[in-house]
Write a protein that binds this ligand. Structure first.
Ligand SMILES: NC(=O)c1ccc[n+]([C@@H]2O[C@H](COP(=O)([O-])OP(=O)(O)OC[C@H]3O[C@@H](n4cnc5c(N)ncnc54)[C@H](OP(=O)(O)O)[C@@H]3O)[C@@H](O)[C@H]2O)c1
Length: 328
């Protein structure tokens, strides 16, 4: 494995691109080389703020820049397929924001092009790489909780309704399930695996985007996962994993750097603090760079199987609640 500096490009300079760039510039073997926006002014401002060498006013030119090794795609969900294929077909490794696409057929297309071109592709499910989440998986793996019986995870906040925002705009993949419901579902998937049975209920805004989802996963042996996403109210945004010998809590907001508390029967509560000097995107970038430097074309953490299963679960929930996007 080499420790070559990876030249990064970013496509789509919205909210998350800014937070990601704040972390990218702190990764020792990463350089923010170029950024691309549909707006030349926005691109120049972003490049100046983060010291990127080149500011493109369109995505194609960035994808074709031969000095770039890796591209982070931070456009709305409905563009993930198109922009990922643009970059993969220009020979660039792609870290694409979650959800990887709008549906399983699109995910398959992306994986198939990445695989046949032998180019690295990974869904930017940043939570997986965070120290508190790795500790969570370690605690569960150790068996100290006994047999797991139940997992509860919620994600809720009340943004001001704005039809033009990608969060609500159905044409851009808007709605609570794909935007934030993906995190409770990811928690259940990464901890309990694929469920045997899924039931779900949804509420909708007038434009047909889902405002709220209540989801129940049933597993063998009676294990259940109760999951919730909502744009209608603030909810604790915690994850609680209960077992026969104790309970592990991922404090608010469980998908971002946070504290864990472990309460085991008959023992004093243990608290694990995971304050980190980053927004949290640092860890997925370090992982992605190391994959590129070891010439890997798939992550062993956020694997294709994990992205496929995650999208399958999102599709099943969509189906249960009657959520239909134009491309399904
Ligand atoms: N991992 C996380 O913590 C996290 C957090 C938030 C969001 N996300 C994901 O990141 C993606 C972007 O979210 P965001 O909150 O950054 O969105 P955003 O603020 O709306 O930014 C999206 C950017 O995409 C570009 N874009 C291209 N075509 C567009 C169109 N037709 N309409 C609107 N924007 C268009 C725009 O960039 P230009 O104008 O520069 O071309 C825009 O600024 C989503 O898929 C979301 O799920 C992840």
């Amino acid at each position: 494995m080499t420790d070559k500096t990876i030249n990064w490009g970013i496509i789509g300079l919205g909210k998350i691109a800014h937070k990601f760039a704040e972390d990218l510039v702190k990764v020792p073997n990463a350089k923010l080389y170029a950024v691309a926006s549909r707006s030349s002014i926005k691109s120049k401002e972003f490049a100046a703020r983060f010291n990127a060498e080149i500011a493109y006013d369109n995505y194609e030119d960035l994808a074709n820049d031969t000095n770039i090794n890796a591209i982070y795609i931070a456009t709305p969900h409905s563009f993930h397929l198109e922009h990922t294929l643009l970059c993969l077909n220009s020979g660039k490794a792609v870290l694409c924001e979650k959800p990887l696409a709008l549906n399983s057929a699109e995910v398959e297309k992306m994986i198939s092009i990445a695989t046949s071109n032998q180019i690295l592709l990974m869904e930017a499910l940043w939570t997986y790489f965070l120290p508190h989440y790795q500790k969570t998986l370690e605690i569960i793996e150790s068996g100290v909780l006994g047999e797991i019986t139940n997992l509860k995870a919620d994600f809720g906040f009340k943004p001001v309704y704005d039809e033009s925002s990608r969060v609500f705009n159905k044409a851009l993949g808007g709605g609570s399930l794909l935007d934030i419901g993906i995190y409770p579902i990811f928690a259940a998937l990464s901890i309990l695996g694929m469920p045997e049975k899924i039931s779900a209920k949804g509420k909708f805004f007038n434009n047909g985007a889902d405002s709220e989802c209540y989801i129940l996963f049933n597993y063998n042996n009676g294990i259940t996962a109760e999951l919730n996403s909502t744009f209608l109210e603030e909810t604790p945004t915690e994850a609680i994993i209960a077992g026969t010998k104790g309970v592990l809590k991922l404090h608010s907001r469980f998908h971002a750097p946070t504290t864990l508390s472990l309460s085991l029967t008959g023992k004093p509560k243990q608290v694990f603090n995971f304050e980190v000097p980053y927004n949290g995107y640092f860890y997925e970038i370090v992982h992605f760079n190391s994959l590129l430097n070891s010439e890997k074309t798939e992550s062993d953490v956020m694997s294709f199987e994990m992205s496929r299963n995650l999208m399958t679960l999102l599709d099943l929930v969509k189906n249960e609640i009657g959520l239909v996007y134009k491309r399904t």
